[in-house]
Write a new protein. Structure first.
Length: 326
């Protein structure tokens, strides 16, 4: 059974603390109702046995102290209430414990401005993350080594997840439920909590939607082309030709609009597609590699591990919904 710990931060936001706890437990109820085994063991953890939220309006009783958690498969970090520095100071003792858990193999997920607590670990340095749009400038100034995905709903790098502001946290929760159980359960959760998500995979919310937060229509056209034809051989020249642009001008415009070079963007799209193949099919690594446009096993493995933090085989063994082939 997957172990999920929801950290209850000092000065936390109750509207972000309870949704993951309730959602994963409700997912268990649906799984049992359909004759399946429950998949999640969910608990509240904190620095203290009782933690106040929303400036003392609520009090949450934790199941365990964070310092007593030696391992959990997923640690969720909700936002703090009000001033971000006050929240960081109040939860300073949790920061090294987050790092310790991650290094022991736990995945981490921040909700909204919980990204500030996550960034304090240094684990996001050189990576990308999401946070509330209203706090992006503050976040950039405080953590210049972290690249914020402006407008992104969800980001996922090296088994570290983050969500944007407000209701985006639900998108991340549904994404994780789908990833660790199945799409049907995620759809049931979205209906149960009256979320306008629909039956599409939550993967559509990850990474790339945020990179559409620009007004360069021609670059959007190129993005559409990449995402529809990622399995084909794509060159910078052919992409630039789509908008009648020279290579250097095209590369500059693309980077400005998406915060990625065209090559990085192609890699992200292909690896996202590969992840979904591994999660939902019995295809082996070679088959998936060719399906997403790679012909070099070494290159595919290196790019996949750089983006996900796992090798293709490790990812497949961890997240595949079907019996693994030997």
């Amino acid at each position: 059974m997957m172990q999920i710990a929801v950290f209850v931060p000092e000065h936390g936001v109750i509207e972000a603390i309870t949704p993951p706890f309730r959602s994963f437990n409700t997912a268990n109820e649906f799984l049992v109702a359909f004759g399946k085994e429950p998949k999640f063991n969910v608990e509240y953890v904190g620095l203290n046995k009782y933690v106040s939220a929303n400036n003392g309006e609520y009090t949450v009783k934790t199941d365990r102290l964070l310092k007593d958690v030696k391992h959990t498969d997923l640690l969720i970090i909700p936002p703090t209430f009000g001033d971000t520095q006050r929240g960081i100071d109040a939860n300073a003792d949790a920061i090294p414990l987050f790092t310790k858990l991650y290094k022991s193999g736990s995945s981490l997920a921040s909700l909204c401005i919980g990204a500030f607590l996550l960034a304090e670990t240094g684990l996001l340095n050189g990576k990308k993350c999401s946070t509330h749009w209203a706090n992006i400038d503050e976040f950039k100034a405080k953590y210049p080594e972290v690249e914020v995905e402006d407008g992104a709903i969800i980001t996922e790098y090296d088994t570290i997840y983050s969500s944007g502001g407000a209701s985006s946290l639900w998108n991340l929760i549904l994404y994780l439920i789908e990833k660790y159980s199945d799409r049907e359960t995620a759809v049931l959760i979205s209906k149960y909590f009256a979320l306008d998500i629909g039956r599409e995979s939550q993967a559509s919310f990850a990474i790339f939607r945020g990179q559409r937060n620009h007004d360069d229509d021609e670059i959007q056209k190129v993005q559409d082309h990449i995402e529809k034809n990622y399995e084909e051989k794509l060159t910078i020249e052919s992409l630039a030709a789509l908008i009648n642009s020279g290579r250097r001008t095209f590369e500059r415009r693309f980077k400005k609009a998406t915060n990625n070079t065209p090559i990085e963007y192609i890699q992200r799209v292909r690896i996202e597609a590969a992840k979904k193949f591994f999660e939902a099919s019995r295809k082996n690594v070679g088959e998936v590699m060719f399906d997403v446009g790679y012909t070099d096993t070494k290159a595919f493995r290196e790019v996949f591990k750089k983006i996900t933090g796992l090798t293709p085989i490790e990812y497949r063994n961890k997240f595949a919904k079907t019996t693994h082939e030997v």
